[in-house]
Design a protein around this ligand. Structure first.
Ligand SMILES: Nc1ncnc2c1ncn2[C@@H]1O[C@H](COP(=O)(O)OP(=O)(O)OP(=O)(O)O)[C@@H](O)[C@H]1O
Ligand SMILES: [Mg+2]
Length: 334
């Protein structure tokens, strides 16, 4: 938990137009990524993980809009940076790995050419040097016969090799921050493990920070030092990974963990799930966004949203079970 803060997301709010006004896909998010750490960002589908990353990277699809907040990267606010400056950062200082490499790689160029173009865009080298560096980068991510594979088109490679190409592009230019959004979800289980291992070892060698977005807690357990849990666009809990798994405090986090196969009651029994579904953003309950699904809901939960409270060093939770009284009640009691 030492390490300076490299990316400091403050009060990020990102909205999409809805039938009756704007919907907050990300709502007042506070999230810090420290130098050299892997921060896991987890939560069910639709909770705002990808929108968070896309907002910070300036890649939010229209009609999405960042409505407020700051994203300080090494002191610069990415949300107000000129597009050209942000493009220069992206790819070099900040890079990305997405779920499906087929959509990120251009099908009409060889993978070697695409890696070489990235090198040329950020380094002052001849085209031959860029190609040689590209081949070297493909070799570093464990692609066999990199000279030969560099001349292949994306569709001629397996999914696992394509994702290695993406990782070569993401880590090859020694970025300070890597945003990895479900980097292995599209791959089968053995290849997933290999890719995670690769990502981890490259991260350790380079000292880059990684924001690892996934709905898979097993991946987080293997990879991350800290974990942040999102629900309906809000941060509901964050903690060092061991503490989160041993002592989850938010009923939502407990629900997510109970769904892990290793924690299931026994063979042949169904995995538990969290009751109900994530409500649409325009139908969130009042107060705590999780309250209508929460087995431990009590009086204040549907009155006012609880604040995120630090209950132990580095362990924050947004739940009245852990700070019994809302501010309003405290004021009333005073
Ligand atoms: N293009 C869009 N148009 C309208 N609303 C959108 C769009 N993209 C995202 N949203 C809204 O933002 C919310 C958060 O989406 P996001 O993609 O960040 O979820 P996620 O946590 O990445 O989920 P997943 O695990 O499925 O990738 C969605 O529930 C949806 O309401
Ligand atoms: Mg997503």
């Amino acid at each position: 938990m030492s390490g300076e803060i490299l990316l400091d997301i403050q009060d990020l709010t990102t909205v999409f137009p809805g039938p009756a006004g704007e919907l907050k896909a990300v709502d007042g998010l506070e999230l810090q990524v420290r130098a050299g750490e892997v921060l896991g960002l987890v939560g069910e589908s639709g909770c705002g993980k990808s929108v968070t990353a896309l907002s910070v990277l300036g890649l939010l699809p229209s009609p999405g809009r960042v409505a407020g907040g700051r994203a300080l990267f090494a002191g610069q606010d990415l949300l107000t940076l000129a597009p050209a400056s942000l493009r220069a950062l992206r790819g070099a200082s900040i890079s990305m790995v997405f779920q499906e490499p087929m959509t990120s790689l251009n099908p009409v160029f060889t993978v070697g050419r695409q890696v070489a173009e990235l090198v040329s865009a950020h380094r002052d080298v001849s085209s031959q040097e860029a190609w040689d560096q590209a081949v070297e980068m493909l070799g570093q991510v464990g692609i066999p016969e990199p000279e030969k594979r560099a001349r292949a088109y994306p569709h001629q490679l397996s999914g696992g090799l394509r994702q290695r190409v993406m990782i070569a592009m993401a880590l090859g230019l020694s970025p300070r921050l890597v945003m990895a959004d479900e980097p292995t979800t599209a791959l089968d289980v053995t290849i997933q493990a290999q890719i995670l291992h690769l990502l981890r070892s490259l991260q350790e060698q380079s000292g880059a920070s990684v924001l690892l977005i996934t709905h898979n807690l097993a991946v987080v357990a293997q990879m991350a030092g800290r974990v942040a849990v999102m629900y309906a666009g809000r941060l509901v809990e964050q903690a060092p990974v061991g503490e989160l798994f041993q002592e989850p405090l938010h009923p939502y986090t407990r629900g997510l963990l109970a769904c892990l196969p290793s924690r299931s009651p026994g063979r042949g029994q169904r995995l538990p799930t969290i009751a109900g579904i994530v409500p649409p953003l325009d139908a969130l309950p009042p107060g705590c966004a999780f309250s209508d699904r929460c087995p431990e809901r009590f009086a204040p939960c549907q009155e006012e949203e609880p604040a995120l409270v630090e209950v132990a060093p580095g362990h924050g939770v947004r739940c009245y079970l852990h700070h019994r009284l809302s501010r309003r009640q405290k004021r009333a009691a005073a």
